[in-house]
Unconditional design. Structure first.
Length: 318
């Protein structure tokens, strides 16, 4: 049995017997009743075709009357007919692969490294390690069975916080400078991942690769500068990243911060079924981001290693 779907959204089925192709047709006709009411009537022409083709198996007459015009019903009828003709042969029915949709919750966290270069003062050009970076996320995913049963695509929405603090110092002549840094970044991140799964029994190890777009909805990059002279001490505030702007009163400098970033992600993990439609997962990821610098000659590369635990619920198949 074959099916065909052209410009018309309705599927048409065909059956072959002894090298001849037979079309299985169901027509829907709108008729007007004497009272003017319009009704749609279905004419199961395909049942007459099947009656002619299966006269050598009269026991299928009851099954034929109960047929519905869909792949599942017609496929079962064809299998029953073939079993009637050759009861000792093994039958295989190929059904169209259906995509499986699911959603889930992810929680976890990890370590983050910020590497700065090309900025002024020179003391700022170094690596900074964040405190524990918490994460929470929602995810939706779909398998890609028409490409490969092992492939799926996953879209996530993350909350990610990165917090860096440090105390730097430098000397210039009789002056001594101390910089107290406090960088606190809150991101909404949208990763899009391609997953390759290698089933081993009921356990499903997998590998992820993808990209992410992050938006900083809240941020702070404050620096307190303490300058010590032989005659005393002064304190002032500045931004970690700042740019010259003659319109500003604060010595001509304004904050420089890009509130979006892009990143590449790589991960590996394992998914374990716990109920019929539920599973848990454990995953480790490595992420590389271009950070928050909007200055051409200054880079703020961010590297993250984090671990996620997830709970997934299967929704439906289409």
């Amino acid at each position: 049995m074959y099916s065909f779907k052209g410009d018309n959204p309705r599927v048409t089925y065909f059956l072959t017997k002894k090298g001849t192709l037979h079309e299985l047709v169901q027509n829907t006709v709108t008729e007007v009743l004497p009272n003017g009411q319009k009704v749609a009537k279905k004419y199961d022409l395909y049942k007459g075709v099947l009656q002619e083709l299966t006269t050598d198996c009269p026991e299928l007459a009851t099954d034929r009357k109960k047929l519905e015009y869909n792949q599942k019903s017609l496929s079962e009828f064809v299998v029953n007919y073939n079993n009637c003709q050759s009861p000792n042969n093994v039958r295989y029915v190929a059904h169209p692969a259906k995509a499986e949709f699911s959603w889930g919750l992810l929680i976890g966290g990890g370590s983050t490294t910020l590497e700065v270069s090309g900025t002024i003062p020179e003391e700022f050009n170094k690596k900074y390690n964040s405190s524990f970076s918490p994460m929470a996320a929602l995810q939706v995913s779909s398998t890609l069975p028409w490409v490969s049963k092992k492939l799926s695509v996953q879209l996530e929405g993350h909350y990610n916080r990165m917090h860096f603090t440090d105390n730097l110092s430098a000397s210039q002549g009789i002056r001594r400078y101390e910089y107290d840094l406090n960088i606190d970044l809150h991101y909404l991140k949208l990763p899009l991942l391609l997953r390759y799964t290698i089933p081993i029994g009921k356990v499903e190890p997998y590998f992820n690769v993808g990209v992410a777009y992050s938006f900083a909805f809240k941020h702070k990059q404050d620096v307190t500068l303490t300058t010590t002279f032989p005659s005393g001490t002064t304190m002032e505030s500045r931004y970690f990243m700042q740019k010259y702007d003659p319109r500003e009163n604060n010595e001509g400098y304004s904050e420089s911060f890009r509130n979006y970033s892009q990143s590449l992600l790589f991960g590996t993990g394992v998914k374990i079924p716990v109920w019929a439609k539920h599973s848990i997962s454990f995953e480790a990821r490595y992420e590389m981001s271009n950070g928050f610098s909007e200055l051409v000659n200054t880079s703020t590369n961010v590297r993250q290693i984090y671990f996620l635990a997830g709970f997934t619920l299967k929704l439906f198949r289409v």
